[in-house]
Ligand binder design. Sequence first.
Ligand SMILES: [Zn+2]
Length: 221
Amino acid sequence: MRALHILPALAVVLAACGPAIRPLAPVAPARFDVDALPEPPMESPPPEAPLALSDEEYLRVRELMVPVDGVPPEKVPDTYWQARDGGARTHQAVDILAKRGTPVLSADSGTIVRLTKSSLGGITIYAIDPDRRFVFYYAHLEGYAAGLYEGKPVAQGEVIGYVGTTGNAPKNTPHLHFQVMRYVDARTYWNGPPLDPRPFLTQPGVKAAPMRTTAAAPKGK
Ligand SMILES: [Zn+2]
């Protein structure tokens, strides 16, 4: 994976060492044959093509829920730009304080993509929205909700875990570390460009009924 990061730099170096690029010969613009155009239908209006929403517009429409039960949007602290590791990096996430064991709720509907443990994040969840534009990362969990599995469809507000202090969270400060990242591709779902979720967390955390799953079953891994 690391090697991929140096490829663009390598390409620049190779291009600089390569032979001078000769400009292409000018190409005559294709003639626009107005006589060959079809007539528009006389009665039905032209189909409406939906305009593509920007990432921020899309997130706003999703009306994300504060992913901790009982926490309103105004109680989500402004911790996105805090320094971490002695100023070596910024936090790029929000830390939502709550009592140990408070239900962690899915901020949006979508799918659970990964349940994993790490030394920093502890017990964590990665989930993705229905249009696969954003990844939601939940860390320091006390544990997962019963019956959660990778690939499970989730409803917004569904209980997916419980607030804890696993990973590098202070043991006396249970909180949810919540990060929102742009989904770029499957190889880097865990490392997309992050953005401050606070402006998009417009709904208070309220538990919802779990999404019914009939056909899907745990993958057993
Ligand atoms: Zn954090």
